[in-house]
Design a protein around this ligand. Structure first.
Ligand code: ATP
Length: 363
């Protein structure tokens, strides 16, 4: 297979690819072999998810031009880029450890990109100031990276990448360097900035929650190959490999929090232990769901929903039940429990989830 296409302009008057990202990435680094096809429309956020060594960083480096393709192609808005050196690609990268220039202020870090693109010093600083303002970092313009918190450094790195007006934004484990508490906040901020970004964003992550909250489309890679792709909800409810079933095993909803209750829109309310107000996500793993054939009476679980079994899939010694009803959800149970409950498509069940097993956080 050799489709490193290098269309001759004279014979291809119209771009052969639609707007956005169209890439077939083949990278041979024996014994490792990456071969994936990724497409995304402008405005879409795509997450590459997979275990260690799956090839996520290799794919990201190939998109950035830091690794050459062995074969394949990379088109951005119809333009072939696979022979374009990294510095000439309309690509912004946010690295895991941000790679800010330590001797430059936040403002000069952000101004660096526009300056390299030919803007004057004053133009690039004006643009950088506007980006810092958008990121809520106006007061940190003159701060050097070592005096920024992890979350602030992450936003400076994002501003630096966005200040070049990239047509492709690459984020390598953007939240990995943050502690758990900061991560929640920064995840919500990043989601907001990605929603405003009108070109394609590709993010690499190990964390299913980051992927589900931030991405419109997930591409799961194992051993250099795509094993499944789709919307976060599709993948969580219909995992095709054991790795995905464990990794993306999350029921995730959006709603409006009012104290310990998140009112879903549409849907019922979910009781949580967190105390929040305003737009919120609430998530719980399928293993947190207990199923009953009859409405439970003495259960201490705060959340109780009536559901119908839409499908059952076996993963090792676990069964994942896909449930519809007032709250669509996935539940994991052992094969023995599934047999005892006589679960089958169409069966009516009651699902309970303890508030302590749910996790709510700002949207
Ligand atoms: N510099 C390198 N030279 C040769 N092989 C490499 C190099 N970096 C990574 N690899 C190999 O390429 C394969 C894919 O690695 P890659 O870093 O892309 O995976 P990943 O999914 O990003 O993993 P992680 O989540 O651990 O970062 C692995 O087998 C790895 O050992």
């Amino acid at each position: 297979m050799t489709d490193v296409d290098d269309p001759k302009p004279a014979t291809t008057p119209n771009p052969p690819h639609p707007p956005g990202l169209n890439a077939h990435l083949v990278v041979d680094r024996p014994p490792f072999h990456l071969d994936i096809t990724v497409t995304a429309a402008p405005g879409e956020v795509l997450a590459l998810l997979g275990p260690n060594g799956a090839g996520k960083s290799t794919a990201l480096r190939a998109l950035a031009g830091l690794l050459p393709l062995t074969t394949g192609h990379l088109h951005l808005d119809g333009t072939p880029l696979h022979h374009t050196p990294p510095e000439s690609r309309p690509v912004g990268v946010v690295f895991q450890d941000y790679l800010l220039f330590p001797h430059l202020t936040a403002l000069d870090n952000v101004a660096f990109g526009p300056r390299c693109q030919g803007a004057t010093k004053s133009q690039s600083r004006t643009q950088a100031a506007a980006w810092l303002d958008r990121m809520g970092l106006k007061d940190h313009a003159t701060t050097k990276p070592r005096h920024l918190s992890g979350g602030q450094a992450q936003r400076v790195a994002l501003a630096r990448a966005l200040a070049t007006n990239p047509r492709l934004l690459l984020l390598d484990e953007p939240l990995a360097a943050l502690d758990a508490r900061t991560r929640l906040e920064v995840r919500a901020q990043l989601r907001h900035h990605l929603a405003d970004f009108e070109a394609v964003a590709v993010l690499v992550t190990h964390d299913p929650l980051d992927a589900m909250v931030l991405a419109d489309h997930l591409v799961v890679i194992e051993h250099g190959q795509i094993v499944q792709e789709g919307t976060p909800a599709d993948i969580a409810r219909h995992p095709r490999t054991d790795y995905i079933a464990q990794l993306v095993g999350l029921n995730l909803y959006r709603g409006h929090a009012d104290g310990h209750t998140v009112h879903l829109d549409p849907g019922p309310a979910i009781t949580t232990t967190e105390n929040l107000t305003g737009p919120a996500f609430v998530a719980f793993p399928p293993s947190a769901v207990t199923l009953h054939r009859n409405r439970p009476t003495g259960s201490s679980a705060r959340n109780l929903w009536h559901c119908e079994v839409a499908g059952l899939e076996t993963h090792g010694d676990q069964i994942r039940a896909d449930l519809t009803g007032e709250l669509p959800l996935a539940a994991d149970l052992t094969t023995v429990a599934a047999a005892e409950l006589d679960l089958h498509p169409g069966a009516s069940v009651w699902a309970t989830v303890k508030a302590t097993q749910t996790h709510a956080y700002p949207a």
